[in-house]
Design a protein around this ligand. Structure first.
Ligand code: UAG
Ligand code: ATP
Length: 486
């Protein structure tokens, strides 16, 4: 048995030859190619160690395991944590590509996707080739790559960074989920700066409680080194205090708080957008956005703070932000000339649902009709809370299915209903999402607003493990097409 320190300090013990060539890395036995190093991960559902024989028969040249009892005809590397090891190995294998990039990580419960897309626009307008990793897709410049998760596994991240460096990308904007931080997906990523947007209830199926959820987010800031910056929303004071304690690098604050370095002032909200000034270091930068709502101010302020700290000209920041017409599935209007407004939005947390409904309420002259459901196999505690938020802020609430995944849609709806019933009798339960949208849209009259929340940009619905094509925006158009020409 050899004891080695892998590059970066990861301790390992090795049985077998140490100087073998590997042609790739795989953490899923079904993806192993001859010559690969197979990393066995003890997961939540199953254990990668069970598939070692399959990996070896597929040609794995070596194994990384945590189980000290594993013996094989190929070299075996024993580590304490295989997800951590995977991140180390992947970064080494691809030559630490993030060191050749400026990687901006954005974390927080809400606003990650929007902030990244605003930032992408600002950097692209500067002439940089920008890489994006996040919920609505990964981009290498203008080339789109498929996404299964918000923040991919470390192996995919490092591979994508390599491809980005090789194709001339210089800046990367990246959403960093709390799952990714907890599961070591971004270990070994050299972040130029990290942004914290906000924290509210979500993912309590995965994190024990809100404190642990925040601590997971904190790992991004704890890991920052060198001349990296921690860019933090100061209006979320509880989170700010925690992050302030864990980070070693300079903190740049933004928000409406009087002490924020980058402060939003003179905010004017309207149906079609927001205008405000960013006041910072004795300067004032006017900003006009096409997306409404106070939450839009925070996202734009976060993006502007990063860009201004990077030395982008203030005028260029403000003009790039003004050029963004919206982000797919985020407060997206579906307009076929009807006399009422239909909004499709990705809100799937109590806080984000409240934000969009409060925004909608301010500008609707008639009734506010909300259609929503909750995802299956995810944080059950937020279901009644979302029910409360919808019922409190809507004139008519239509409870339906989101992505039920492996759960029964009616069970999820039963969890939502106590929250709804506590605040209104004016609700309908329509399990089939298409029918629910049809009902809501057909109830709308001139001046009303229909908000369809939860799925935003998604083009599928996952029911009982099967994925069906489904796009809220297309369903709305189908309904409207039956009523008016579109
Ligand atoms: C909770 C969570 O994050 N789970 C991730 C975790 O799954 P797991 O531990 O359950 O894996 P497992 O199925 O037990 O398998 C263990 C190991 O055996 C391997 N295996 C399995 C079967 C086989 O035949 N052969 C084999 O080798 C698997 O590849 C894996 O390496 O490790 C897997 C491999 O990396 C991930 O795909 C999986 O993400 C699942 C799909 C997921 O849905 N994650 C979501 C919750 C997530 O990460 N979301 C965040 C945030 C989203 C947001 O903010 O809304 C995200 O960043 O996307
Ligand atoms: N700064 C914000 N504060 C609160 N709510 C927001 C904010 N920005 C966006 N939202 C709401 O949250 C929804 C999701 O926004 P966005 O996709 O930008 O967040 P996210 O953090 O990427 O979410 P996810 O991790 O679920 O992909 C939006 O559709 C909007 O309803």
């Amino acid at each position: 048995m050899h004891f080695v320190n892998l590059v970066g300090g990861l301790k390992a013990e090795i049985v077998g030859k140490t100087n073998i060539d590997i042609s790739g890395i795989a953490y899923d036995s079904r993806q192993v190619n001859p010559g690969d190093l197979f990393v066995a991960i003890p997961g939540f559902k199953t254990d990668g160690h069970q598939f070692i024989n399959q990996a070896v028969s597929s040609g794995a040249a070596a194994l990384v395991v945590t189980d000290r009892n594993v013996r094989a005809d190929v070299p075996v590397v024993y580590v304490d944590n295989s997800r951590k090891a995977l991140a180390f190995l992947a970064a080494n294998f691809y030559g630490h590509p993030s060191h050749a990039l400026k990687v901006f990580g954005v974390t927080g419960t809400n606003g990650k996707t929007t902030t990244c897309h605003l930032l992408r626009e600002v950097f692209s307008q500067q002439g940089y080739k920008v890489g994006v990793m996040g919920t609505i897709g990964n981009w290498l410049g203008t080339q789109r790559m498929n996404t299964a998760r918000t923040t991919p596994e470390s192996l995919e991240i490092q591979k994508m960074f390599r491809d980005m460096v090789d194709s001339g990308v210089s800046h990367v904007v990246m959403e960093v989920s709390s799952h990714a931080l907890e599961l070591h997906r971004v270990d070994q990523v050299n972040f130029r700066s990290a942004v914290f947007t906000n924290l509210s209830q979500d993912h309590l199926d995965f994190h024990e409680n809100l404190e642990e959820y925040l601590q997971a987010k904190g790992k991004l800031f704890k890991g920052l080194t060198g001349d990296a910056l921690a860019i933090i929303n100061m209006d979320d004071m509880g989170s700010f205090r925690h992050l302030q304690e864990v980070t070693q690098v300079p903190i740049i604050t933004y928000g409406r708080h009087k002490d924020a370095i980058f402060k939003a002032e003179n905010i004017v909200l309207s149906r079609d957008g927001v205008t405000f000034d960013i006041s910072y270091r004795e300067q004032k930068l006017p900003v006009a956005l096409h997306t409404p709502g106070l939450f839009s101010v925070y996202n734009a302020l976060a993006a502007a703070t990063v860009a201004l700290e990077e030395g982008v000209e203030p005028g260029a920041v403000s003009s790039a932000l003004a050029d963004v017409l919206g982000v797919s599935g985020r407060f997206q209007r579906v307009d076929c000339g009807q006399e009422f407004t239909v909004i499709v939005d990705y809100a799937h947390t109590p806080d984000s649902l409240k934000n969009i409904l409060v925004t909608a309420e301010e500008f609707v002259s008639g009734r506010l009709i909300t259609v929503f459901g909750c995802g299956g196999d995810r944080d059950k505690a937020k279901r009644p809370l979302m029910g409360e938020v919808a019922a409190k802020n809507s004139d008519l609430t239509v409870v339906t299915s989101d992505n039920p995944r492996s759960e029964e849609p009616e069970d999820i709806i039963s969890d939502i209903l106590p929250g709804v019933k506590a605040y209104t009798e004016n609700y309908r339960v329509i399990e089939d999402r298409r029918q629910a949208i049809h009902y809501a849209v057909s109830q709308a009259k001139a001046g009303d607003m229909v908000v369809i929340a939860g799925k935003g940009h998604e083009t599928y619905q996952e029911i009982k493990g099967q994925v069906f094509p489904f796009d809220d925006r297309e369903v709305v158009k189908d309904v409207l097409r039956g009523q008016i020409s579109c």
